[in-house]
Design a protein. Structure first.
Lengths: 294, 709
């Protein structure tokens, strides 16, 4: 009898543990969401301007394609000019044309067909949408070219890739380097170079292919493989764009590799788009290189 | 090492404090009985009459509290007391009255301990077999203490010479410890202790053999700590004591898939060494010198994307202090000087192929020096007791240091003064009024400055906080603390009731504005700090029963903790990360007979605040998460019940021993250890966003055998 009584007590105890050991849920109620027009626009030397528009997407509801589709802006008026007064005499001004491109996100962009970016000039962007007008200004700096590309072996197959650059201390410019192997689908951005504008003279930078786990070349880590053909875009950007891209790499780490290790965002990303817009209107002076890893 | 320890020492439990017959001890006793909350034996009405506004508990009773994996932890038991909240599951920190973790000063024999815990905060570094005294001050801080805004935890090893050799030890499931106290002569005594874990060599293979997770055997974790010291009575009125401590944790993780880290190895620990010289001039005048060195370092190596990274951080402190204590009529006067030199090496990163970070790696160390003078007087007048004091600090940052400025760097040479801060004044006021023999009220108003800051970067238990002392771009923290309480004893002091209110301002609070990547790449992260303010207020109630076979207490805290930064939350105030609105501790200890003791602890605390994203957008093929109102989310509540039973075995050949059976987290509450985000950003044109909670400590039964020879 006593044994049964003890067994019953143990059973009740174990049941109690099972009942109480359910994992608590987090009360996820969105607080502080403000809708913004997200602008991502580039004007590159020798190329037509390109602008993408979307709304920031609240993290509620089902985040499927149909839900996200509603936040893409395809009916805005987007104007680019090389004069703050786009109507001024001599000003080159163009209203961009809307086109879908499903290979990227947002799957819709606005392209120019007349105005071509020039080094050393300032360009103005105006976006009209939903009764709001948003403005931004950027410059295309003078181009900095790569003096030399060097591949240093780390073993029989893998190489470190270096670029040698002469930096003009009078210009507060930094450098974005994008690389792509033939077998990879997208260009990958290496961390921004000279982001504090403290470097002068000849500098050598090690280039990070910055591969994601979905890239075919992921197993090569931070190295390049012997025999690979690498396309390199070397872009010079001004100080405003530098600040944005520098912080963008920090903020995106919260959403990507290793995000679970880090504390949350502290300060909002800085943007050069006026309210209620957000994002970047960026001028780039770009050089293109192709290099076979020896 | 074991051999040398086996040759050594040990004394007994009851010598905590002042059993020495010298005048030196008597004057020390008079001094100790005033301002601090001593975790040791105490007078029955001490809570009414003492100069402290805090709580106190008998060290012997702390040892009766439920053990965790066989380890008895007096430091962690602080978290069951009013006004103290634990930072979270498996977190080494604790919060006192809404303050940050770095605002608590933890000392062992006067030497600073930067990270007082092992195993992600599960155990403290203090070996209970050599601890003689523990004081905890959370308000009404007397002028001899300073350097932190929120609290002082002052732990001292046994400092009286035992009559005979004493050996104590414990064998538990994941670690064992041994302490030896040897009186070599009536004037000279040495002691030593060793505690070591066997998680990698025994526990993880065993768990793996039981089929829990074979991957566990690929990881390693162990901790070790060693204490050694002596007490030398040079003359009847002069005593020299010395102490050495070293302890470390060693963690190796073969693979951390979520972060794509491989072969992670992290090693961290404290090393302390100190000497104290105490001399009594006469019955009314004594002097104490102390010279202490402490060092904390953490080294981590990581293989990330086929690249080896080595991360290192270190903080060293050299401190000399001289205290004088006078008894003059009704006055108890204490004054002193303190000089310290601090060297902080913030996170530095080296790599065989450090691609992203190579361009900004000229990281500064931050060296500083501080001189402090204090004076305080305590006296009683009828039913009133006053303790009034002043503490002043002169602090300077020293070179070498390079101020990286875009238009040209400014270089400071070794030991040149980079910046001198204005002299800070810290007035301290405390009063107590005995309403009648059974009740009193206490009031205090104190000012505090803190020059040594730590800023958390990672959100989990490894102590990787950024060490950022006040420097060229960093202001010292400061606060005003106002506190008042009513204390009532009932039924011949068997029961105690107290209610306290407090309000605390916090100035120059620091937040690091960027993420971890910037921490490594930025050569001057001290320029990237956000400066704000804060304020906390709340009430604490406590009901204790001290006498009889059943004893224990119930404490309840109701608290608010706010911060305000111009650059955060649109400049509007927000609840601090450590805001815990309700915090309840229920502690019960029952002595059934001479053989059996039982105890139980229940804790409940509302969840801390955290930041989570509310929306996202995509730029440059990167998913950017946007955060809404700052700290708008709340972790689930933390609660847990621990129980313990101790059976005293019959003495065998002079060996006294006991068996302890404990259950940690009896009802298996899944308290979140960590919350993290994960996304699958536009893989197959879809976007998934998850909030994941990690639970670390389920129900854990344990058994340990404690012995004493």
């Amino acid at each position: 009898m006593n044994k049964i009584f003890v067994l019953n007590k143990i059973t009740v105890f174990l049941l109690l543990i099972c009942l109480l050991s359910c994992k608590p849920d987090l009360d996820f109620k969105i607080s502080g969401y403000t809708q913004k027009v997200i602008v991502e626009g580039y004007i590159v030397n020798g190329e037509y301007p390109k602008v993408s528009l979307s709304l920031n997407v609240p993290l509620s509801g089902q985040l499927d394609t149909n839900y996200i589709q509603k936040y893409i802006i395809s009916n805005a008026k987007v104007t680019v000019s090389d004069n703050i007064n786009s109507q001024a005499v001599g000003a080159k001004t163009e209203i961009l044309t809307s086109t879908w491109n499903t290979s990227r996100f947002p799957p819709h962009s606005y392209y120019g067909t007349e105005l071509i970016g020039e080094e050393g000039k300032i360009y103005y962007l105006t976006v009209s949408y939903g009764g709001y007008t948003m403005n931004a200004k950027t410059s295309i700096p003078f181009k900095t070219s790569i003096k030399e590309i060097v591949a240093a072996p780390t073993n029989e197959y893998l190489r470190n890739l270096y670029v040698k650059v002469e930096i003009d201390s009078l210009q507060k410019n930094s450098f974005l380097v994008y690389t792509r192997m033939k077998r990879d689908r997208y260009y990958k951005q290496s961390p921004i170079l000279n982001s504090d504008f403290t470097l002068v003279g000849e500098n050598t930078f090690l280039i990070d292919p910055n591969r994601g786990k979905n890239d075919p070349s992921f197993s090569e880590g931070g190295y390049f493989r012997k025999g690979d053909l690498v396309d390199i875009q070397f872009c010079t950007i001004d100080s405003t764009s530098t600040l944005f891209f520098k912080e963008l790499s920090i903020f995106s780490s919260n959403a990507g590799i290793g995000s679970e290790l880090f504390l949350g965002e502290k300060e909002a990303l800085k943007s050069n788009i006026s309210y209620p817009g957000f994002g970047i209107w960026c001028g780039k002076a770009t050089s293109h290189y192709s290099y076979i890893i020896p | 090492m074991l051999l040398s320890i086996a040759q050594c020492l040990v004394a007994q439990d009851k010598q905590f404090l002042v059993s020495d017959s010298s005048n030196a001890q008597s004057i020390t006793q008079k001094e100790f009985n005033i301002q601090e909350i001593e975790v040791k034996g105490r007078l029955k009405d001490e809570n009414l009459k003492s100069g402290s506004l805090g709580l106190e508990i008998d060290l012997k009773k702390l040892k009766l509290l439920p053990k965790f994996m066989g380890e008895n932890d007096i430091y962690k038991a602080l978290q069951y007391m009013g006004g103290v909240s634990q930072a979270g599951e498996a977190n080494s920190g604790f919060y006192v009255r809404g303050g940050n973790n770095d605002q608590n000063l933890v000392m062992l024999n006067g030497a600073l301990i930067q990270n007082p815990t092992h195993v992600l905060g599960l155990f403290s570094v203090f070996n209970p077999d050599i601890i003689g005294q523990m004081r905890f001050i959370k308000s009404g801080m007397p002028a001899e203490y300073g350097g932190r805004l929120s609290s002082i935890v002052d732990i001292n090893t046994v400092n009286t010479i035992p009559e005979k050799m004493d050996v104590k030890g414990s064998i538990g499931l994941i670690s064992s410890r041994l302490a030896v106290h040897i009186p070599l002569s009536p004037k000279f005594y040495i002691y030593s202790s060793l505690r070591a874990s066997y998680i990698s060599s025994f526990v993880l293979p065993l768990v793996s053999m039981l089929g829990v997770d074979s991957a566990l055997t690929q990881s390693e974790y162990d901790f070790l700590d060693v204490n050694a010291g002596f007490v030398f009575k040079i003359a009847n009125r002069t005593k020299l004591t010395g102490h050495y401590y070293t302890g470390n944790d060693d963690l190796k993780i073969k693979s951390l898939r979520k972060a794509e880290l491989n072969d992670n190895s992290t090693f961290w620990g404290n090393t302390l060494a100190g000497l104290q010289l105490n001399h009594i001039f006469d019955e009314n005048w004594s002097m104490n010198h102390s010279l202490n060195y402490s060092n904390f370092k953490i080294k981590s190596s990581i293989d990330w994307h086929n690249t080896d990274f080595n991360l290192q951080s270190q903080f060293s402190n050299l401190d000399y202090k001289i205290d004088f204590f006078h008894l003059k009529g009704i006055h108890k006067i204490k004054y002193g000087l303190e000089f310290s030199y601090n060297a902080a090496i913030p996170q530095t990163l080296n790599s065989d192929s450090i691609i992203p970070f190579q361009n900004n790696s000229q990281r500064n160390n931050i060296n500083s020096t501080q001189a402090t003078v204090y004076f305080r007087d305590e006296w009683t007048w009828n039913d009133w007791l006053f303790n009034v004091g002043i503490r002043t600090n002169l602090y300077a940052q020293l070179g070498p240091y390079t101020d990286y400025i875009t238009d040209g760097n400014e270089v400071f040479s070794l030991n040149s003064i980079v910046k001198t801060f204005p002299i800070s004044l810290e007035p301290r006021f405390f009063t107590r009024y005995l309403i009648d023999p059974q009740s009193s009220f206490k009031l205090s108003a104190t000012r505090h400055y803190q020059y040594l800051n730590q800023i958390p970067v990672f959100s989990f238990g490894i102590p990787t906080d950024l060490q950022i002392p006040a420097s060229l771009y960093v202001q010292p923290q400061a606060s005003w603390h106002f506190s008042g309480g009513y204390f009532q004893n009932l039924l011949e002091n068997k029961w105690e009731v107290s209610a306290e209110l407090y309000y605390k301002t916090l100035e120059n609070q620091l937040e690091y504005k960027n993420g971890i990547e910037s921490t490594f790449s930025n050569s001057m992260f001290e320029k990237d700090l956000l400066l704000g303010k804060g304020w906390t207020y709340g009430a604490e109630w406590k009901l204790s029963k001290n006498d009889g076979n059943f004893s224990g207490w119930v404490s309840y805290n109701l608290a608010w903790s706010y911060r305000q930064f111009d650059q955060l939350n649109g400049g509007k105030p927000f609840l601090a990360r450590n805001d815990r609105r309700h915090d309840i501790s229920v502690v019960g200890m029952y002595k059934l007979n001479d053989r059996w003791d039982f105890s139980a602890v229940f804790v409940y605390a509302t969840g801390t605040r955290l930041n989570l994203p509310v929306s996202f957008f995509v730029v440059d093929n990167k998913v950017i998460l946007e955060y809404g109102n700052y700290n708008a989310f709340q972790m689930p509540a933390y609660h847990r019940l621990d129980i313990s039973a101790t059976y005293k075995l019959k003495s065998w050949r002079g060996i006294k021993s006991e068996l302890n059976f404990s259950i940690y987290n009896v009802y298996n509450r899944s308290n979140p250890f960590q919350i993290y985000l994960s996304t699958s950003a536009f893989v197959n044109k879809s976007f998934d966003f998850y909030i994941n909670m990690v639970y670390l400590l389920p129900i854990i039964p344990s058994v340990s055998w404690t012995f004493r020879i």
